[in-house]
Design a protein around this ligand. Sequence first.
Ligand SMILES: NC(=O)c1ccc[n+]([C@@H]2O[C@H](COP(=O)([O-])OP(=O)(O)OC[C@H]3O[C@@H](n4cnc5c(N)ncnc54)[C@H](OP(=O)(O)O)[C@@H]3O)[C@@H](O)[C@H]2O)c1
Length: 213
Amino acid sequence: MKIGIIGATGFVGNAIYKEALERGHEIVAVSRTRRVEEHPKVKIHQETIYNEKALEKVLKDVDVIISAYNPGYFHVDLHNRYIQGYDLLVNLSKKLDKKLIMVLSATSLKLPGGAAMEEDLSYPAVLLKYMSGAKAVYEKYVNDMSFKWTMVSPAAILINGKKTKKYVMNTDTIVLDAYGDSSKVSVQDLADAILNEVESPKYLNKRFTIGYK
Ligand SMILES: NC(=O)c1ccc[n+]([C@@H]2O[C@H](COP(=O)([O-])OP(=O)(O)OC[C@H]3O[C@@H](n4cnc5c(N)ncnc54)[C@H](OP(=O)(O)O)[C@@H]3O)[C@@H](O)[C@H]2O)c1
């Protein structure tokens, strides 16, 4: 398949990029810098998503778009910039009729028992602040069935680890391990789950999360 990856230079996006290459896919990589390694199956576009015309041209013949966009954890207006970025990507997905896989955050997930993540006092307040934009994007588009999307709410904090394939998937409730923790999920396992969704879609217009039991 031909996969558009927004943010292929980032922590999450680069793991997705590597997993997609390992599976033999063609990639159209979009980010403002060119920090991904060159490969015959990759077209690198040094472009901002805010250049709508250019982005449309670059992504017009991909099969699916995966976004691991993040304006930067220290962006002065992170919350609004996150929403603005996703508004553009959603509009593009609608216009081109391409499925958009959005890697958001765990902040909109529920705890086992049904309470919102914000009510968990052990969840770092700084993360809630960083990722309030991702939660707002989730709330804005979760009921929008006018385009094809899958939202991904990874574990609270991802680590650079190994692909174990030993993860459990869920839709709206965070997956916690035996110690009640969700902070040690590898970004490689997340990339594996996302590429599985690309190849064999099971979460059309749904959200998923992953974790270890
Ligand atoms: N890191 C974690 O532990 C974790 C945990 C849970 C969820 N997540 C979620 O995963 C997503 C990605 O986070 P991350 O940690 O991978 O962030 P990151 O490392 O900062 O990567 C963000 C990516 O977005 C790109 N980008 C930023 N502005 C852009 C623009 N205007 N146009 C094009 N590309 C742009 C960056 O590339 P350039 O700078 O080269 O443009 C970079 O590739 C976020 O939604 C985050 O909530 C992350």
